[in-house]
Design a protein around this ligand. Structure first.
Ligand SMILES: Nc1nc2c(c(CN[C@H]3C=C[C@H](O)[C@@H]3O)cn2[C@@H]2O[C@H](COP(=O)(O)O)[C@@H](O)[C@H]2O)c(=O)[nH]1
Length: 306
């Protein structure tokens, strides 16, 4: 994930709407004091798990749809994870590649027991079809075969997914430069690692290469912790709940500076404590903290990537 790291650093060194406060960052690192508060993957108890390939299929479908919940104030990631879990428990063929290619909006809603159209529902359906078709064409219908083809490398997994599934190509152009963020592809690798506890389908020799997953929760948490600072103009857009366009400088800075700030935190933790920590662990701690703070105001961008 060198390109995620280096392109985020490039943005952070030129950003104006979002800046990293190094003393705020150092303060957080001092408070952590070498040990990140431990958060269990699936601390919410909402994910399907059977220790086999069907779990991989479930996680891939989940992460294909893991974006943009905020336009419906009652909808959250939990509704998606739990809804897909219950659908799979009722019928273990719901995520077969041929069926993924057939879903309609109302059918997806019914699967999730969601009473009204989902945000970006047409895009969600298009992405489900894309996943089904490409799985069928190149991976024998099984997401587990993608993972098996990657030789226990999370980096290879992210690159393979980005190559085969256009919907996962989470990138932007900032001041003329291509910036790679790969939120959903990276979170899929992290979800496998978390669910399978680093074994079997979750064994990756390079899990340390994954960065955080630049969504709309982590930047807001980093700001609350005093690690990120926003310009007055950006702060007022977010406080007024106004939308920020996808691909704008503001949006790219929010995401890329979050990645870069957490990489800096990670380096500083190692320097101060001698301990190696993973961005995945930092992410889960920051994210779980964020979703448990209902007053946290986050930026609003209509996006299929996060
Ligand atoms: N950085 C980061 N972002 C994450 C997740 C997860 C879920 N990960 C699961 C894996 C293990 C745990 O047990 C979690 O259950 C979702 N999101 C993002 O949050 C937003 C949803 O917010 P809200 O609308 O409030 O539900 C949306 O952009 C979604 O894509 C994460 O882990 N890290």
């Amino acid at each position: 994930m060198e390109e995620v790291r280096s392109s985020s650093a490039w943005v952070a060194s030129r950003s104006s709407h979002v800046t990293i406060d190094s003393s705020g960052l150092e303060k957080v690192v001092n408070e952590i004091n070498g040990s990140i508060p431990k958060v269990e993957w699936n601390f919410e108890g909402i994910h399907y798990f059977d220790n086999g390939p069907l779990t991989v299929q479930y996680l891939f479908v989940l992460d294909a749809l893991n974006f943009c919940f905020w336009p419906d104030k009652d909808l959250s990631y939990d509704n998606l994870a739990l809804g897909l879990k219950e659908a799979l428990e009722k019928d273990n063929s719901v995520f077969d590649a041929d069926r993924l290619q057939m879903y309609t909006g109302p059918e997806l809603r019914e699967l999730l027991k969601w009473p009204r159209p989902l945000p970006l529902e047409d895009e969600r359906i298009r992405l489900l079809h894309e996943v089904g078709l490409e799985l069928e064409k190149n991976f024998g219908g099984k997401a587990a075969n993608i993972v098996e083809s990657c030789g226990k490398s999370a980096t290879t997994l992210v690159a393979t997914i980005a190559r085969h599934f256009p919907g996962f190509r989470d990138h932007s152009v900032y001041k003329g430069h291509q910036v790679f963020l790969y939120k959903r592809a990276q979170i899929f690798a992290a979800d496998l690692w978390g669910a399978f506890k680093g074994q079997g389908y979750g064994e990756f020799n390079d899990i340390a290469s994954i960065t955080i997953f630049a969504d709309y929760i982590v930047p807001a948490v980093l700001r609350q912790l005093g690690v990120l600072r926003y310009s007055a103009a950006l702060a007022s857009v977010i406080e007024a709940n106004n939308e920020i366009g996808s691909g704008t400088e503001e949006e790219v800075e929010l995401r890329a500076c979050s990645i870069y700030a957490v990489e800096k935190m990670r380096d500083l933790i190692t320097i101060k404590s001698g301990k190696q920590v993973l961005s995945v662990e930092l992410d889960l701690w920051l994210w779980s903290f964020g979703i448990q703070s209902p007053s946290l105001q986050h930026h609003r961008t209509l996006s299929i990537y996060y």
